[in-house]
Design a protein around this ligand. Sequence first.
Ligand code: BGC
Length: 485
Amino acid sequence: MNTTGSIPADAFSIRSAFGRRAIGLSVAAAVGGFLFGFDSSVINGAVDSISQDFAINDVLTGFVVAIALLGCAVGAILAGNLSDRWGRLRVMFIGALLFFVSSLGAGLAFSVWDLALWRVVGGLGIGIASVIAPAYIAEIAPRQIRGGLASLQQLAITLGIFAALLSDALLAGAAGGADNVLWLGLEAWRWMFIVGVIPSAVYGILAFTLPESPRFLLAKGRTDEARTIFAQLVPEADLDHTIRDLQTAIESDRKNAGVSLRGPVLGLQRIVWVGIILSVFQQFVGINVIFYYSTSLWQSVGFDESNSFAISVATSVTNVLVTLVAIFLVDRVGRKPILLTGSVMMALSLGLMAIAFLFAVTDSAGEVVLPAPWGPIALVAANVFVIGFGASWGPLVWVLLGEIFPSRIRGKALGVAAGAQWIANFLITISFPAMSSWSLPLTYGMYATFAALSFFYVLLRIPETKGMDIEQTETLFTHKGAKTD
Ligand code: BGC
């Protein structure tokens, strides 16, 4: 390969050594996204057994599922600061350790209270992984292929959700039910948590084998080490340029360390609110009710346990596949049409679920069932909802959060928007068990309303950012009324 003078167009293709190395490192770092997906939804198959075994009510059940998400918010905030001080890899290792310990602790929990504690510990790990993986990928990726590599994170999250739901289903299947003893006198639901030690160990080992982020090394003045790592990732012709650009960016970050997010709209700059509102809509359509509670949701309307597990796995496969569609479309069609289409699909399918749940009846055995054709209609609608979300708001909110903020506030603003997302997720997750026992149609009617509102918000407030230099996107928001004051 010609490594001097101009950079060959195929220097970063999958077949080139540079492209392959960057992809390899990004895939390894995206294991963090996998853990994010795995740990946040592994509870799905265990919820019902936990509430039975520990004899807890709906409010406490919601609390045990949701409490991990508060740990996530704290983990995400801490990860940014700690990784600037100690390096990305050390913090990655701490995340792996927290996952490992919480998987064992939750699996061996003796009461609902220590289970909640282990969930918070795991949440800290998820929060750390949710920040470290995208940061590390962005920092090692050559700028020519950064967008594609950054999308690996969402793909990894969806694969993690799939792996968790599949492993829940297999373990429950092997024991003949989530509540039955599987191995060593422990019930299947406990093993659902314990198997989390495997991806945690892989993540921990990776933390020892990956090279440190060259951006971190440069910020610490370890220029020679950074150069050696970059030499593996960018052609020699691009090396000095890359290092110089990075040094300028690090310098400007240092100067902006004191810049605040404060502004005139309820104390914050308008653009920060755009990030927060996008995050809140992404969660208020109720997506994680599907990924955390679907097995119990389907049982509550009359599907048997093994069918409910199978439906959850199928839904998570759909989620992975449509993420690939979004990755393919995002730089071709643009952000706005995809978000608008997603909002329409979500509003209609959620509305249909709300209507279907109106027809639930109690049969002669006292069980709640959805008589035909409403059972299959609810199922199809739930999967259309996941398709609508997974091909639009799921990945695109993360893409937009990465590109709408000007660099002088990007780090902090992203932290606030991601924090808002974890808190919105927490509110939906903690309220679902109680709300759904009160009225499933009203609960889904509420999610449908948020999906409809998200359509108008995007239509009126979100300009197209496709193909723009990320330092210019801010001006678009100024013209559309979502000003950065
Ligand atoms: C969201 C998660 C959600 C996942 C589903 C992500 O974009 O941040 O909360 O579980 O999508 O695929």
